[in-house]
Write a protein that binds this ligand. Structure first.
Ligand code: BV8
Length: 251
């Protein structure tokens, strides 16, 4: 299939969809200027592997390094803007709702950009970088309420503060995982967008959707382990492909 035939095929599937479930990864935030996990971070962090730093063991081993990394990441997330890919997904969700359908957006990203683009009911299965919590009291803090003059930051109770993200080696938040599994099991279309489809349990969502009869699609810059098995593969940048798909679906 040519690229435009693939877009039309995907649009045709979306036009007849009632329940669409989308899983996004770091690739959809790349055009906002946020490095993905598999691209090398630029500058100071180029010598660290994100897959190593985003681990509960790394935090216990070196809380200063890990909290500096997350401070650096959230300042970039706060200073950047949602891109055309985030905007198109939020508009697709609104359009499907007008057609009496629904789109559930599950994200592995912790940057909050889907919400800033207007997406509703976003399921953050790997948490968020935009709030932190005290290991001693469990109290949650907004970024502006945290003293980052020293690392690792501490609460006024003196406890260590950590970001509310899910690290490798940690369980996913039960409520988010349950909501995601519900959406994956009940959808008639499953879209994997901007993710290398390599991190579990999110990487298994497409298998559950397919087993329940959903049509499957992928939007990604590069091929991934699921590219060969989806019904429609759209290779390209989210910021280019998703607006085209939205326009084609709306006819
Ligand atoms: C758990 C938050 C129970 C923090 C993250 C089963 C089998 C094997 C291993 C496991 C398994 N079950 C559990 C595991 C262990 C582990 C895991 O999956 N390991 C992997 C590496 C094999 N999983 C866990 O630990 C999970 N917990 O299951 O609890 C348990 C516990 C212990 C042991 C067993 C069970 C917790 C996982 C969550 C970790 N937290 N993030 C933070 O953000 O700092 S993961 C983090 O990495 C992201 O959230 C994301 O999930 C992942 C990176 O993936 P992507 O988002 O896809 O990003 P990536 O860079 O890889 O790819 C980007 C893609 O975009 C590329 O394909 C690229 O081509 C494309 N792209 C780039 N630019 C664009 C683009 N596409 C379109 N347009 C563009 N412009």
């Amino acid at each position: 299939m040519t690229a435009s035939e693939s877009i039309e095929r995907a649009a045709e599937i979306l036009r007849s969809a009632e329940r669409v479930t989308v899983l996004t990864g770091a690739g959809i935030s790349a055009e906002s200027g946020l490095a993905t996990f598999r691209d090398k971070e630029e500058g100071l962090w180029s010598k660290y592997d994100p897959m190593e730093l985003a681990h509960i063991d790394a935090f216990h081993r070196d809380p200063e390094l890990v909290t500096r990394w997350y401070h650096w990441r959230f300042t970039k997330a706060r200073d950047c803007e949602p891109n055309a890919g985030h905007d198109a997904l939020a508009q697709l969700q609104a359009w499907l709702r007008e057609q009496k359908g629904e789109l559930t957006l599950i994200t592995q990203n912790v940057d909050g950009l889907h919400q800033r683009a207007g997406a509703k009911g976003v399921i953050e299965i790997h948490g968020t970088i935009l709030t932190w919590r005290c290991l001693d009291t469990g109290a949650h803090y907004e970024l502006d309420d945290i003293d980052f003059s020293s690392f690792p930051p501490r609460s006024e109770a003196g406890g260590l503060l950590r970001p509310n993200v899910v690290w490798f080696g940690e369980m996913l938040p039960p409520d988010a995982l349950f909501a995601a599994e519900q959406a994956v099991s009940a959808c008639d279309v499953f879209m994997s967008i901007g993710t290398s489809a390599a991190v579990w349990p999110a990487a298994g969502f497409i298998d559950v959707a397919r087993a329940n009869g959903a049509a499957t699609m992928e939007v990604n810059l590069d091929p991934t382990p699921i590219t060969a098995s989806v019904d429609v593969s759209l290779l390209g940048k989210c910021g280019d492909v998703l607006p085209l798909l939205l326009e084609a679906a709306k006819g």
